[in-house]
Design a protein around this ligand. Structure first.
Ligand SMILES: NC(=O)c1ccc[n+]([C@@H]2O[C@H](COP(=O)([O-])OP(=O)(O)OC[C@H]3O[C@@H](n4cnc5c(N)ncnc54)[C@H](OP(=O)(O)O)[C@@H]3O)[C@@H](O)[C@H]2O)c1
Length: 288
């Protein structure tokens, strides 16, 4: 029977230690880290997500402010707001909630966030730094997976890691993180995607299998290697219930370690945003 990783327990421990780090930072620098969230429109999922972020901030005593623009806002207005937030010394980190209204160029807006405040790591400069092995920030979801790998003492070096999914927010940066010459990285990697022929051929060779596709239970029992470590990033709603990309019940007695959905990677993700916000606050202090 596989070891089931308790993401909620890891999240609780991370929250407690981060709260202490924030307190020490505030004491030393007389500055409270602050996260700004820019949102345009009233999309319920976006509003819910921003509320979750505000709660995550509260838990670790990071200040939070929501900057709401109307659905009809124009690009000039949103770029002006970001310019002001970039200059504002009280703001440590900035996130732009996506999707933005269709008439706004999302990439241009994300690129406008100063790299030193880009806590979501969407700015190409920060992605470029990650690709060069000199990251400023790590994107939150793959960062959560990396943190989980470290905390669970999962040895990546010398093992074959297969990542299914190559999106810019999960799969691709995940591969870049695990390629770093760092402890718990140095991976030998295969990245699969929708154009991969015979997905099972690759997943069956994975000592460590990381899945971020968004298709419920796409990874079945006959697609995993005996004793593999399986990290399921997928979050899919099926008949009102959250399920992952891995057929969890099926693979439980075949793999050695697995993350459940819910309760695996998900709870850790927002804390990594908080960690990035504290790092951004430290950057701000060091620049001055
Ligand atoms: N836990 C968290 O905090 C968290 C955070 C973010 C996302 N997620 C979840 O993670 C999942 C992936 O998110 P995402 O944003 O990366 O999704 P995405 O942008 O839709 O990317 C999905 C990736 O899966 C690949 N793919 C699609 N069908 C495939 C197939 N049949 N075989 C192999 N690969 C296939 C796609 O390939 P192509 O590139 O060829 O299209 C793409 O690279 C979703 O369930 C999402 O909800 C969870």
């Amino acid at each position: 029977m596989a070891k089931i990783i308790d993401g909620r327990k890891i999240a609780k421990e991370l929250n407690e230690s981060l709260k202490v780090e924030v307190e020490e930072f505030v004491k030393k620098n007389k500055l409270i880290p602050k996260l700004a969230a820019v949102i345009a429109g009233e999309d319920p999922a976006s509003l819910f997500y921003v509320k979750m972020i505000s709660r995550a901030c509260e838990k670790v005593s990071i200040d939070f402010e929501k900057y709401s623009l109307s659905e009809n806002t124009n690009e000039k207005e949103i770029l002006k707001l970001i310019e002001n937030l970039n200059k504002n010394k009280k703001i440590s980190g900035i996130i732009v909630q996506v999707p933005l209204p269709k008439h706004i160029n999302q990439e241009r807006v994300q690129e406008a966030v100063s790299p030193s405040k880009d806590v979501d790591c969407f700015n190409p400069i920060n992605m470029g730094r990650l690709a060069l092995g000199k990251p400023e920030f790590l994107p939150c979801t793959p960062y959560a997976v990396y943190e989980l790998i470290k905390r669970e003492n999962i040895k990546v070096e010398g093992k074959h890691t297969v990542i299914v999914g190559r999106s810019s927010i999960v799969g691709k940066p995940m591969s870049l993180i695990l390629l770093q010459k760092e402890p718990y990285a140095n991976a030998t990697l295969t990245v699969c995607h929708s154009r991969t022929n015979d997905l099972a051929y690759y997943t069956c060779q994975a000592d460590i299998l990381i899945v971020a596709v968004g298709i419920p239970k796409i990874i079945k029992k006959d697609m995993v290697k005996e004793g593999a470590v399986v990290i399921d990033v997928g979050t899919n709603e099926v008949e009102g219930k959250l399920v992952g990309d891995v057929a969890y019940e099926e693979v439980l007695d075949k793999v050695s370690v697995i993350t459940p959905v819910p309760g695996g990677v998900g709870p850790i993700t927002n804390i990594m945003l908080m960690k990035n916000t504290l790092k951004a606050a430290e950057n701000l202090v060091n620049i001055e």
